[in-house]
Design a protein around this ligand. Structure first.
Ligand code: NDP
Length: 231
């Protein structure tokens, strides 16, 4: 299949690779990024694939988000993929937590994806595929937490998972499926060079999940290989 996908955080990492692979498959890509002027790789992608449309969006700037929502009024969006994320400070073990940074991470990883869902819900409802997906992380799984620590990032993704669950219930009657995804441990600025898989490998696998998703899969948390992760 092909259609229209909107992805946040497309200037680098997994977001850039997603934009590239969907473009290669013939999709129209609304490729959002925080600073278009610095997004050279995204501009090169657009030069190669004119169906890639770079759009300026800091996901925590809600005035900008609402303006973009108005600009895209009536445009069907088959897949809304909330990929942009922020890890915050590395040392977030017990006794080392920076409250201001915690608030920033929650804003980017939890509140912003919810606001994207509110803003672009009508666009997704007007599409064929009707899918929203949130890039979560396995470290947000409460069942998987055996090592403690990581208070800031973990809690932001756990809260995002709860947003996914509620959205999957609230948007079901509009025919919209909502998924939480774990991309694997991926070689990006966030994952680091020692991570297990490349952004290309992660994206290839994630694409299968995104294209194959339907209401029956909604309200669940999937690893990039398609297996389910317990909440
Ligand atoms: P990177 O750090 O490489 O890229 C993060 C992207 O998010 C950048 O494009 C960044 O833009 C963007 N971003 C951050 N904050 C904002 C904002 N306020 N507005 C717009 N864009 C923003 O991370 P990855 O590509 O590795 O991660 C992508 C997603 O996958 C994230 O949600 C992450 O939490 C998740 N994830 C990643 C894992 C990994 O191993 N890499 C593992 C599990 C989950 P800018 O360049 O402007 O900062």
């Amino acid at each position: 299949m092909s259609g229209t996908i909107m992805i946040t955080g497309c200037n680098r990492g997994i977001g850039l690779e997603l934009a590239s692979q969907f473009a290669q498959d013939g999709w129209r890509v609304f490729a959002c990024c925080r600073d278009l002027k610095k997004a050279e790789d995204l501009q090169s992608l657009q030069a190669e694939f004119p169906r890639v449309q770079p759009l300026q969006l800091d996901v925590t700037d809600y005035d900008q988000m609402i303006s973009l929502g108005k600009a895209l009024h009536g445009e069907p969006i088959d897949i809304l993929l909330n990929n942009a994320g922020y890890y915050g400070p590395k040392g977030t073990s017990f006794g080392q937590v920076d409250r201001e940074e915690w608030r920033r991470v929650l804003e980017s990883n939890t509140i912003a994806p919810y606001m994207m869902a509110e803003t672009f819900c009508d666009n997704v409802a007007a599409s064929e595929h009707k899918l929203m997906a949130m890039m979560s992380s396995k470290v947000g799984s409460i069942a998987d937490n055996r090592s403690g620590g990581g208070y800031i990032y973990r809690s932001s993704k756990t809260a995002l998972n709860q947003v996914v669950k509620s959205l999957s219930i609230d948007l079901k009657e509009r025919g919209i499926a909502v998924l939480a995804l774990h991309p694997g441990w991926v070689q990006t600025a966030m994952g680091g060079p020692g991570a297990l898989i490349s952004a290309a490998q992660s994206t290839k696998a994630l694409k299968k999940i995104l294209v194959g998703a339907d209401l029956g899969k909604s309200g669940h948390f999937y690893n990039y290989d398609g297996s389910e992760i317990p909440w």
